[in-house]
Design a protein around this ligand. Structure first.
Ligand SMILES: *Cc1c(COP(=O)(O)O)cnc(C)c1O
Length: 362
């Protein structure tokens, strides 16, 4: 039992900024002078409209989105997008490119195939256990879109630069790195991110879609499965997950006003990741599982000399108030997820612990 908060390295749901949690707590019983909590008011009230409008405005500012883009909030997590994307954009006589960089890419491919859509795997890093981001990619210039996973949460790899697909719109699953660094949104037809890694609580997926993509949406899809429904109603076609969107709004406010914007966030994220990769590179005891050049700034994956030592590492780390360091159940090993809300202080604590653990057991 812990009597106070610990340093949280969970992969998702993951750490949220302490300032945001405190703000939620302070305002919970009486939101914005309404005399009610955010979970008790109408999604059509002026209070909630301000929340969702502010969340959209801050997203536009932080990511430099011009008015060709809609910012939407959709329930069903990132996983629902795996089928919505082909349903909305891919006709039966058309084909889309997918780049397979691990578990989540593979799921996106699987769902498109279930729908009977023509999916072409333009590159894969499966040959080396997804430890790298492919650079030999055979793009189809007639593809309707090219789908990538920008950060591979489980394998610990990340696209350092996005591939050049020419006129083919990129579609990216940015669940575990949206708002962690700057990028040019222009080549993207759609970007999606389940909120619970880097922007807020579980229960909602942010979807940024370029308006011209909506022209592809077939008329015979049910309303709740069409991107155009959400775009036309500002994500208020039905009751949205109000609380999750509210926390996202506060996280984005924190990002702009406390952190000072995406450039500052990116600098901090690079510094945090470097501290950990320096430990992995500094000796033989810890071994990073992703290749330099493909390493994730968000999920640092590593092995120790034995599974016994890995289990002991996770256990002793928690005794030292460092939680969530076990690797994904499908790959084993250890993983430190260091999203935006993970402080330099937390990473420093982990580095000290890793050095001490190595001294004792190495
Ligand atoms: C966590 C994760 C998902 C799944 O998100 P859900 O919201 O649980 O559906 C998909 N893609 C990536 C890259 C993830 O990290």
């Amino acid at each position: 039992m812990k009597s106070q908060r610990i340093h949280n390295f969970n992969a998702g749901p993951a750490a949220l900024p302490l300032e945001v949690l405190k703000e939620v707590q302070e305002n919970f019983l009486n939101f914005s002078g309404s005399g009610m909590s955010i979970t008790e008011i109408s999604h059509r009230s002026k209070w909630f409209e301000e929340v969702i409008h502010d969340a959209v405005t801050r997203t536009r500012r932080l990511l430099n989105l011009d008015d060709r883009f809609h910012v939407l909030f959709i329930q069903g997590g990132a996983s629902l997008q795996f089928c919505l994307i082909p349903m909305n954009f891919l006709k039966d006589n058309e084909s889309a490119d997918y780049i397979n960089t691990g578990t989540w890419s593979a799921k996106a491919i699987k769902e498109a195939k279930i729908l009977g859509k023509a999916v072409r795997v333009a590159a894969s890093s499966e040959d080396e256990n997804f430890s790298y981001i492919p650079d030999h990619i055979s793009f189809d210039k007639n593809a309707v879109y090219c789908h990538i996973t920008s950060n591979n949460t489980i394998k610990g790899t990340q696209w350092a630069q996005f591939p050049d697909t020419g006129t083919v719109p990129l579609i990216a699953d940015m669940s575990s790195d949206i708002f962690s660094r700057r990028f040019d949104a222009a080549p993207f037809g759609l970007i999606y991110a389940g909120a619970q890694k880097n922007v807020g609580p579980a229960g909602v997926c942010m979807v940024i879609v370029r308006k011209d993509m909506l022209e592809k949406v077939p008329g015979n899809l049910p309303s709740m499965l069409k991107y155009s429904t959400y775009a036309e109603s500002n994500s208020l076609y039905n009751t949205p997950p109000c609380f999750a969107i509210y926390v996202i709004q506060l996280v984005l406010k924190w990002l702009e006003e406390t952190v000072g914007g995406l450039e500052k966030m990116e600098t901090a994220n690079r510094e945090k990741a470097k501290l950990l990769y320096d430990v992995l590179d500094g000796g033989e005891f810890y071994r990073g599982t992703s290749k330099p050049g493909s390493r994730s700034l968000m999920n640092v994956t590593f092995r120790l000399p034995s599974e016994e030592l890995e289990a002991l590492f996770v256990k002793e780390a928690l005794e030292n108030d460092l939680g969530g360091l076990k690797g994904h159940r499908s790959v084993g090993g250890c993983r430190a997820s260091i999203y935006n809300a993970t402080s330099m202080d937390a990473v420093g604590g982990l580095v000290d612990f890793m050095r001490a653990f190595e001294k004792k057991h190495g």
